[in-house]
Design a protein around this ligand. Structure first.
Ligand SMILES: [Zn+2]
Ligand SMILES: [Zn+2]
Length: 164
């Protein structure tokens, strides 16, 4: 969403609120398997002593995939958004967002906040047992029946015992 800030850009103390539903795309990274519909971003852009600051909240629904068992779990995230908005890039504010023609692209700030805050790794539960490396069964649902991996040194020993 493009937000028009021309009326507050030169007026210290002025503010402009926003509240909209972003439609994000292509943010599936790390453990995020899918984006759920119904995201909401709301907050305010305020002129503090001549500099525009954006403070807001992103409410984002995602489907995470467990890093161990690949089970998918839906989660609602509440992510804080902070941004400084400038008309010209400067070395003092390398992370600032650009105001172009009096407009701020809030979608960019939403995407950035999401990428910084969404979990790179996700476990369906702290003690998720994961999948069997041999047969792929979900070990959370019980043992799969595969024999336990045999230590090669023990295998040699067993062979010796059997030939005796
Ligand atoms: Zn899991
Ligand atoms: Zn197995």
């Amino acid at each position: 969403m493009q937000l028009d800030v021309r009326e507050i850009i030169n007026v210290p103390g002025e503010r402009r609120e926003f509240d909209y539903q972003p439609s994000p795309e292509g943010l599936e990274t790390g453990a995020v398997a899918a984006l759920l519909p119904g995201w909401r971003a709301h907050g305010v852009i305020e002129n503090r002593a001549g500099v525009l600051h954006l403070e807001g909240t992103l409410e984002a629904g995602v489907t995470y995939e467990c890093s161990r068992c690949l089970k998918r779990v839906d989660k609602a995230l509440t992510i804080p958004m902070h941004a400084v908005l400038v008309e010209q890039e400067s070395e003092e504010e390398p992370d600032a967002f650009l105001i172009v023609g009096g407009m701020v692209d809030v979608d960019e700030i939403v995407d950035d906040a999401f990428i910084l805050n969404a979990d790179e790794r996700f476990l369906c539960s702290e003690d998720c047992k994961g999948l069997c490396s041999r047969c792929g069964a979900d070990l959370n649902e019980g043992p799969c029946g595969c024999e336990k991996e045999i230590d090669p040194r023990l295998a040699v020993l067993r062979q010796l015992l059997e030939t005796d």
